[in-house]
Design a binder for this molecule. Structure first.
Ligand code: NAD
Ligand code: DAU
Length: 343
């Protein structure tokens, strides 16, 4: 069996950690090096149990560190899956600087690393937010929709997409871009809509709904996103962009109401608050391309996926309580004793 070593950036975050768990299970020929700076969003408890896995290694490092990383990597990767980013829109509105550094300069540094190491494939994990906002009757985003980002986060991701494109066009670097809609599922940091609402409801706190609550997002379970990213890694075409969606458009208020109902909590916990500045009204994904070319169809229905996710947060209260208290940040020191690499 031929072995593949994959450098996963941002693997201690929400989607990266779900991807690593999924990948190690799905493909026994794959080894993973998880490169993560452990910002506030990086949590090694998301990967608890993998510390001694024979095909997994962790390297604490900053993607912006460029050529310093070459010598630190415990093995030479064959491929890269690039998740590392600053990912929360509200934080980008408060202060975009970390977004420009990590999402723009950091992506360029990973593209350069991949070229130096002559990897055979890099997947750049991007977002539907690069396309901007849709009206209620507009057609869903296709891959050829123009880039019209509206938040500093979205602008930084659009910039990173353009850098990936430039690396392909200029250097024939084998990079593929994915643009996915809103993920939900286990291990999502409780600053994002779904885990925030579940955790607040479980604690009897109010649920802050921005504006009129009628903004629409297309929800995809993180396991489906992980599978789609891997289809693109293994079967996508260099230089191409693939949209990934969940075929589940919902208004925010509908999502919040389902969460309250499934927890048996009253609607009176909902508090309408001031809208997010520049709040995108609607995202919707046209997934014709990934469906036709790679056969991808999301497997988890929103109703089932949300029910399972609510249950997961009920059953893993310690996980999110430790995130909220900040205790999760001590886990790295305890598990790894401050060493840079576990492999
Ligand atoms: P996250 O915020 O949960 O995790 C980001 C991870 O990147 C963290 O582990 C963090 O420590 C790490 N990181 C940040 N800066 C770094 C740096 N300079 N060097 C190394 N590591 C660094 O994010 P997420 O929700 O898992 O998103 C992962 C990727 O998927 C992002 O690129 C995001 O833009 C994209 N995406 C997210 C969604 C979503 O709904 N969450 C949807 C589509 C695309
Ligand atoms: O579409 C993909 C994007 O989805 C990813 O690229 C981003 O990384 C990810 O954070 C997410 O962005 P959103 O801004 O859509 O997600 P968020 O969970 O922050 O908000 C979802 C919707 O819920 C949005 O319309 C804002 C609203 N909201 C959010 C929060 C945190 C509220 O009404 N109240 C809240 O407290």
């Amino acid at each position: 069996m031929s072995k593949t070593t994959i450098l996963v950036t941002g693997g201690a975050g929400f989607i990266g950690s779900n991807y690593i768990r999924w990948l190690l299970e799905a493909d026994p020929a794959v080894s993973v090096i998880n490169l993560d700076a452990l910002t506030y969003a990086g949590n090694l408890e998301n990967l608890a149990g993998l510390e001694n896995h024979p095909r997994y290694g962790f390297l604490r490092g900053d993607i912006c560190d460029g050529s310093k990383l070459d010598a630190q990597l415990p093995a030479r990767p064959d491929e890269i899956v690039h998740f590392a980013a600053e990912s929360h829109v509200d934080r980008s509105i408060e202060d975009p600087s970390a977004f420009l550094r990590t999402n723009v300069l950091g992506t360029q540094a990973i593209l350069d690393l991949g070229r130096r190491l002559k990897v055979r494939r890099m997947v750049h994990v991007s977002t539907d937010e690069v396309y901007g906002s849709l009206g209620p009757k507009d057609a869903a985003f296709t891959e050829s929709h123009s880039l019209r980002p509206n938040s500093p986060y979205a602008a930084s991701k659009a910039s990173s997409d353009l850098l990936a494109r430039a690396a392909f066009k200029t250097h024939h670097f084998p990079v593929v871009i994915t643009r996915c809609s809103n993920n939900y599922g286990p291990y999502q940091f409780p600053e994002k809509l779904i885990p925030l609402m579940i955790a607040n409801a479980l604690e009897g706190k109010s649920l802050p709904v921005y504006g009129d609550g009628k903004n629409v997002r297309d929800w995809i379970h993180v396991q489906d996103h992980a599978r789609a990213v891997d289809l693109v890694r293994t079967r996508g075409q260099d230089g191409e962009v693939y949209n990934i969606g969940g075929r589940s458009e919902r208004e925010n208020i509908e999502v919040v109401s389902i969460i309250l109902r499934s927890l048996g909590k009253p609607d009176s916990l909902i508090r309408y608050v001031q809208d997010r500045p520049g709040h995108d009204r609607r995202y919707a994904i046209d997934d014709t391309k990934i469906h036709a070319q790679l056969g991808f169809v999301p497997a988890v229905s929103f109703e089932e996926g949300l029910k399972a996710t609510v249950r997961w947060y009920q059953d893993h209260r310690t996980w999110w309580e430790r995130v909220r208290s900040g205790d999760y940040q001590a886990y790295y020191a305890r598990m790894y004793g401050g060493r840079l690499s576990s492999s």
